[in-house]
Design a protein around this ligand. Sequence first.
Ligand code: SF4
Ligand code: SF4
Length: 288
Amino acid sequence: MIISVASGKGGTGKTLVATSLVFSLKDGYRVQLLDCDVEEPNDHIFLKPDITGRESVGIPVPKVDKEKCTYCGKCAEVCAYHAIAVISKNVLVFPHLCHGCGACGYLCPEKAIVEEKKEIGIVETGHAAGVAFVQGRLNVGEAMPTPLIRAVKGLADHAGICIIDVPPGTSCPVVTAVKDSDFCLLVTEPTPFGLNDLMLAVQTVKQLGVPCGVVINRAYADNNDTAEYCLRENLPVLMTIPLDTEIARLYSRGITLAEGMPPWREKFKRLYLEIRELVDERSNCLKR
Ligand code: SF4
Ligand code: SF4
């Protein structure tokens, strides 16, 4: 079962929920945590894994053989990302814009393009007391996180429970990370900004056809807008975590909720069981 943990924006408590889930499940289940927030991975701070493997991840960028090139301009025409330009007797490649799609090389009439690997980041693997751990680290200044996210997801363990910490936002990296999940937990905070970002995230996840539920973090009295929105949208609110200075204090010391406050472990286990029920119900409906 793959459960992704996403949020419309950063800082809402996505990492707290993802790490607390794995921490709560690790003694009874086979659990894996994939940190796909490759621009700022921080699950390792809470899990403190032993990293035992590192692998470079790259994308193929074009290199032009000047002997063969006739400067016809076809490569620049087909590049949707403006990563290659032909100016007079020069072909310029802008590796940071290149998505490594291979179209330019494939369509070059002179076969003047070869591909060379450009490293965009690394995938690290390891273990932390019963949890298999994978994280991606995007190189500084690199603008292409999705191939690295795909590489991290390529190591997903489908035989157990795989929790994916999704990058913040609603753009391509989020789509790549959430795609193919059995369920997506959307973490939000009950503020007008939080609600706005939740609405955007819900749209994205619904378009992907992934069922979702909500965790309201830093909840306080007298703010019902988020709960009302969830009710309207038929989105189950699966957990509410109160605004609590002790939780914030633990978090700032690199201790996740389920580790620092053991009674929460049962709540996170129940959260998982509820998700499993929702996923089972849905797959039974689809079979009918
Ligand atoms: S398509 Fe090939 S031959 Fe034409 S400009 Fe590009 S690299 Fe040169
Ligand atoms: S590989 Fe794709 S993205 Fe990169 S320069 Fe060629 S056409 Fe553009």
